[in-house]
Ligand binder design. Structure first.
Ligand SMILES: Nc1ncnc2c1ncn2[C@@H]1O[C@H](COP(=O)(O)OP(=O)(O)O)[C@@H](O)[C@H]1O
Ligand SMILES: [Mg+2]
Length: 251
């Protein structure tokens, strides 16, 4: 199962969600997991690869998207979790892919398909934009997990993402499905409660039951370059992501 974790906004919790689901499946359920980092900010790469700074662009997803080479798979610091790291130079990729002529949407998919069977789960941590990188992620994925944080404009931006999802379905990938909307960074404020209420009213059963609370352990874990299950397995953040994995995958 290949899952793209997306929203076109930065800071909603895509990277935290990708790392937490991937590490939870690997650590708690002993699944074989691959995380593909396709965001030029390379945040999940920096958390999961202690030697990230020494990795050249030819050993990152850059080589797959720009040079059409096989995916460079690295072992992460977590047993059973592999990672394809990203690179800062990916920030120019959209321009290059826009002018490319052949199958620019399928460069990730064509290299992922041959190695898919080695993994139980594959997660793609998407950039905060709906350009060719995200289209590559959607084309390679079976399902999209949409990460939403509290706020009026966040709800507005879901419409934009849904349009892109629909376009990718129509043009490239008819069977792409929506795994669900995940509400993150929830807190007891009116803003947060109202946002969740509107989200549930609008998208009903597509809104996941599990809500991820705003939890300082999740923030500290990424700062310490650790996943939440090693940093603070007793935290509210760890409990929420554990529940999410059970809800999504019956694991
Ligand atoms: N549930 C949460 N509670 C508190 N902080 C969070 C939570 N989820 C993410 N963060 C923090 O918010 C910031 C942005 O999260 P991140 O996962 O990097 O978002 P994105 O990948 O969407 O840009 C990071 O500093 C991260 O540690
Ligand atoms: Mg991110």
């Amino acid at each position: 199962m290949v899952i793209a974790v997306a929203t076109q906004k930065g800071g909603t919790g895509k990277t935290t969600t990708s790392i937490s689901i991937a590490s939870g499946l690997a650590r708690l359920h002993h699944k074989k997991v691959l995380l593909i980092d396709i965001d030029s900010q390379a945040n999940s790469s920096k958390v999961l690869l202690p030697n990230y700074q020494e990795i050249s662009k030819h050993n990152t997803i850059f080589t797959t998207l720009l040079e059409r080479n096989p995916l460079p798979v690295h072992k992460s610091s977590i047993p059973n979790l592999d990672i394809v790291p990203s690179h800062i130079l990916l920030s120019n990729t959209d321009v290059e892919l826009t002018t490319a002529k052949d199958h620019r949407e399928a460069r990730l998919k064509s290299q992922l398909d041959p190695i898919k069977a080695h993994y139980d789960y594959i997660l793609i941590d998407c950039p905060p934009a709906l350009g060719w990188l995200t289209i590559n992620a959607f084309t390679a994925a079976d399902q999209v997990l949409v990460v939403v944080e509290p706020g009026y404009f966040e709800l507005d931006s879901i419409n934009q993402l849904n349009k892109t999802l629909q376009e990718v379905r129509e043009i490239f990938h008819p069977s792409l499905s929506l795994l669900g909307y995940l509400f993150t960074k929830a807190d007891p404020t009116v803003n947060s409660r109202t946002s969740l209420q509107i989200l549930r009213q609008t998208y009903t059963d597509k809104v996941l039951k599990t809500v991820i609370p705003r939890n300082v352990a999740l923030k500290d874990a990424s700062f310490q370059k650790q996943d939440i299950f090693s940093y603070d397995p007793k935290s509210k953040g760890a409990a929420a992501y554990k529940k999410l994995i059970e809800e999504l995958f019956d694991e």
